[in-house]
Design a protein around this ligand. Structure first.
Ligand code: HEC
Ligand code: HEC
Ligand code: HEC
Ligand code: HEC
Ligand code: HEC
Ligand code: HEC
Length: 511
């Protein structure tokens, strides 16, 4: 028999190794072809094609050469090695059956491993893979995502969109992420803003395009004060979300920033893009202007080192789906829904305080919340505590739900370290620029006027006459803090900076 390779390779061990290597290589090729044909990129598929399968390929090759070396040693020693491979005689029915069975099983195995790697390949693209496989790492993002407006939009739609360049980059960082997860090398919390997010034009704007914004949107909020009666008040805001489309009339409104014909560049001195000393604007009529902050001290060198960014969707909508609510907001919402009983004295304030204690694990938080609320009522309202156990227990379980949904101590994630740039109450948000202190050379100020971005249609306190106006009301701050709410940024008092609960309780006065 004529042999293409040196005879040392013709031994069962080398053949088994060779088969393993060939099959792995075939599967890698198969996955690469699938990837070329795919309409959408599959970032984590690289892990199978370029990490897992090559391991088998290499093991196969090692076995292959090991068999050969062993064979060579035997030849040197003079052992008989000729005709070690079985000779199959198809005339012998037993041998014939065995061979046919062997090949059928072999082919089936091949088909199955192709199918299996295809399935694995599909799986890496799924939201379960992103959200569940890296369970502890992505747990906060996945939990928030599931109850957000984008819960039906796949992770990859925002995080990895179409396009070869991004594909390669995200695949590399995808493989790195898997390494980081396995060896527990990931940062806690995962830092934001994330640098290699795809540009908004290629993600958000595939589904929501700027020209679409031309109407207004009503936002209704219910609030409960921190007094014994949990006094209720509410606010109707008409958000002026227009501005994206000239053809639809006036181009004023919040999405004016996003009209493609306007360009806004800003400079940020910090990584989180909160301290903005300078803004350059080119309007659609071609006029240019620069706004400078009178408040923020900076030098030319600071500007050189600053982050310069063209404003896009993410500069306001940085939490479109991973939303971690501040405690007061979540508790107001649960009381408004009736899930936490409003009839429990001070429940608003107690719930917020229970959520904001320092806990190091979720387990500890859940028991901590329970004892915090029980202690308060058993000490201050012993009769009520006995009579209304079920109401109190229901409140406790709802507060625990708020906790599980918005706080992730294991990953150090909560509203405190994941700021939301929409609005201005808990974070600087719009007031990064619209703080009334950014001025251009003509003396125009980026206004903080309360009816610029939203019209305050109505604001009513319980047991007081309803206040209503289509032109916008003057805002009344729920507790009397003088003119402070006009002069100081809301987030100074409402944000994470200060110890919220204590400071505010000492400030509480009646209106
Ligand atoms: C609607 C678009 C969208 C979808 C869908 C989406 N994300 Fe995000 N994600 C974002 C944006 C925007 C950010 C914040 C970017 C920034 O601040 O720079 C982000 C941030 C993150 C971060 C960084 C930590 C943080 O909270 O800021 C992780 C991790 C993450 N996403 C994972 C996921 C996972 C897992 C899924 C699917 C279960 C998912 N994302 C689905 C838009 C999305
Ligand atoms: C694959 C399509 C898709 C992509 C990509 C997408 N969205 Fe959405 N988005 C939707 C859909 C669908 C809704 C409507 C959900 C609803 O009405 O409940 C929505 C709703 C919203 C809302 C309204 C939320 C609310 O409270 O009603 C905002 C704001 C938003 N998206 C911003 C963004 C931003 C910012 C991005 C980019 C990071 C983005 N979207 C990417 C499909 C998408
Ligand atoms: C990076 C700085 C920056 C941030 C952050 C910012 N804006 Fe603006 N905004 C501007 C600039 C610059 C203008 C245009 C001023 C001009 O025309 O000279 C503007 C104009 C506006 C206008 C008036 C548009 C018109 O002409 O009718 C509205 C409304 C507005 N912004 C709302 C918001 C809201 C709401 C937020 C927060 C979600 C926000 N802005 C965040 C820089 C910013
Ligand atoms: C200057 C800040 C700012 C920028 C930039 C911005 N938005 Fe918005 N957007 C807002 C605000 C504020 C709202 C109203 C928020 C609310 O519902 O309370 C809003 C509302 C929306 C809504 C909900 C509209 C509805 O009818 O309910 C969508 C969708 C949206 N934005 C998408 C986008 C997309 C896509 C981009 C990028 C092209 C973008 N936004 C850029 C501030 C901004
Ligand atoms: C630059 C635009 C802008 C200006 C100026 C502005 N607001 Fe707002 N305001 C917003 C946006 C955006 C939201 C967020 C709506 C949301 O969360 O859906 C908001 C929300 C609010 C809320 C509800 C907060 C919450 O989460 O419960 C109150 C109250 C409010 N504004 C009061 C004021 C007052 C008072 C002023 C004047 C000092 C003012 N706003 C000026 C853009 C603005
Ligand atoms: C000097 C500190 C301070 C400033 C500045 C301030 N607030 Fe407040 N605010 C308070 C206190 C204290 C309360 C009562 C908190 C409580 O009930 O526990 C409060 C309550 C509120 C509430 C009700 C909150 C809830 O959960 O029920 C809203 C809404 C509010 N403020 C809006 C604003 C807005 C909008 C601004 C900026 C324009 C602002 N505040 C600026 C101190 C401040």
């Amino acid at each position: 028999m004529k042999k293409t390779f040196p005879k040392i390779f013709y031994n069962p061990v080398s053949i088994a190794g060779g088969m393993l290597a060939i099959i792995s290589f075939g599967l890698i090729l198969f996955l690469m072809v699938l990837e070329l044909l795919a309409t959408e990129p599959k970032p984590y598929m690289g892990i199978i094609a370029f990490v897992i399968l090559p391991v088998f390929l290499i093991i196969g090759l090692i076995i292959f050469f090991y068999g050969a070396i062993r064979e060579r040693k035997k030849i040197i020693k003079g052992e008989e090695v000729e005709n070690k491979l079985p000779i199959i005689d198809f005339n012998d029915p037993i041998q014939r059956r065995t061979t046919i069975t062997f090949f059928t099983i072999g082919i089936l195995l091949l088909l199955f491993s192709a199918f299996g790697s295809y399935k694995a390949y599909e799986y890496t693209d799924s939201d379960q893979f992103c959200g569940e496989l890296c369970h502890s790492v992505m747990h906060p993002e996945y939990t928030a995502y599931q109850v957000s407006p984008h819960s039906r939009v796949g992770c990859v739609k925002c995080h990895i969109g179409p396009g070869a360049d991004w594909f390669v980059r995200s695949k590399l960082s995808g493989a790195y992420q898997v390494y980081a997860t396995i060896f527990n090398k990931y940062p806690k919390p995962i830092p934001t803003p994330i640098e290699n997010l795809r540009p908004a034009q290629e993600t958000c704007e595939q589904c929501h395009w700027p020209k679409h914004f031309f109407s207004e949107k009503q936002v209704v909020n219910d609030y409960y004060e921190s007094d014994e009666k949990n006094t209720r008040w509410n606010l109707y805001l008409l958000m002026k979300i227009g501005g994206g489309n000239e053809e639809a009339g006036p181009t004023s409104g919040i999405h004016w920033h996003m009209n493609i014909k306007n360009t806004i560049y800003y400079y940020a001195l910090d990584r989180e893009r909160q301290i903005i000393p300078l803004i350059e604007v080119e309007r659609m009529d071609g006029s240019k202007t620069t706004y400078k902050s009178l408040d923020i001290k900076y030098s030319e060198a600071d500007l050189k080192n600053a982050i310069k960014r063209r404003m896009d969707c993410i500069d306001c909508h940085n939490r479109p789906t991973h939303i971690y609510h501040p405690p007061a907001k979540a508790v107001n919402h649960y009381i408004a829904l009736g899930w936490i009983s409003r009839d429990l004295p001070y429940i608003k304030s107690i719930a917020v305080q229970a959520l904001e204690q320092n806990y190091s694990t979720t387990e500890q938080a859940l028991t901590g919340i329970k004892s915090f609320v029980e202690d308060f009522y058993s000490v201050n309202y012993p009769d009520l505590y006995k009579e209304r156990q079920s109401e109190i227990q229901k409140a406790i379980s709802e507060i625990q739900k708020i906790y599980k949904r918005n706080y992730f101590p294991e990953m150090q994630v909560s509203w405190k370290n994941h700021l939301d740039n929409i609005g201005h109450m808990y974070y600087l948000g719009c007031f990064r620029c619209h703080d009334g202190k950014h001025v251009n050379s003509e003396g125009k100020v980026l206004t903080k006027d309360c009816n610029t971005c939203h019209t305050i249609l109505s604001q009513s306190f319980e047991n007081e006459p309803v206040r209503l106006s289509l032109n916008g009301l003057n805002y009344i701050h729920p507790v009397d803090i003088g003119d402070d709410w006009q002069e100081i940024n809301c987030s100074e008092c409402h944000g994470k900076g200060k110890d919220n609960t204590e400071n505010k309780t000492s400030l509480l006065k009646t209106r």
